[in-house]
Design a protein around this ligand. Structure first.
Ligand code: CA2
Length: 146
């Protein structure tokens, strides 16, 4: 099973700024954790980060015909991007939305998520662990299929 893990703007700054919100671990730590969890679960992962909306759309489109699942933290584009939503709907690949923080408990403008409209599941407020849970969700699907 191949899973695309797509991360949006500023997540490459993890561990550098705002540790009180996002923790002290870096984006590279996140990538390493996701790779090692995926290996344990026998999932193949392609991990991608971009600060550009159009690049995220292109990556989602690239998943068409290649990926069995998408894990996406669209970061700020979660709350603004109809383009990301349309791309997720267009490819129609099972999608899990992840957020490091609990977006329901932050500023009101973070409560609405366009991504949710195309996602089977949302995991938020669990830090890096949320990505592990998202991988587990697909791992379980894989087991149920066999
Ligand atoms: O909680 C999340 O994962 C978010 O997707 C993170 C986004 C935010 O816009 C969403 O509302 C919730 C922001 C990612 C920015 O990451 C930074 C990391 C370190 C320093 C500054 C920003």
């Amino acid at each position: 099973m191949k899973i695309y893990v797509i991360n949006g703007p500023n997540l490459n700054f993890l561990g550098i700024r705002e540790p009180q919100l996002y923790g002290r671990q870096t984006y590279q730590d996140l990538v390493d954790s996701v790779r090692s969890w995926a290996e344990e679960m026998n999932l193949e992962v392609e991990i991608y980060q971009s600060n550009h909306e159009g690049d995220l759309v292109t990556k989602i489109q690239e998943a068409y015909g290649k990926a069995d699942g998408i894990i996406i933290n669209a970061a700020a584009y979660t709350h603004t991007s109809v383009a990301v939503l349309d791309a997720l709907k267009a490819v129609a690949i099972p999608t899990v939305e992840v957020h490091l923080t609990d977006i329901q408990e932050r500023e009101p403008f973070r409560r609405h998520s366009y991504v949710s409209m195309a996602a089977e599941k949302m995991i938020c407020g669990k830090g890096f662990e949320g990505y592990r849970e998202a991988l587990e969700y697909f791992c379980k699907k894989q087991t149920d299929r066999t």
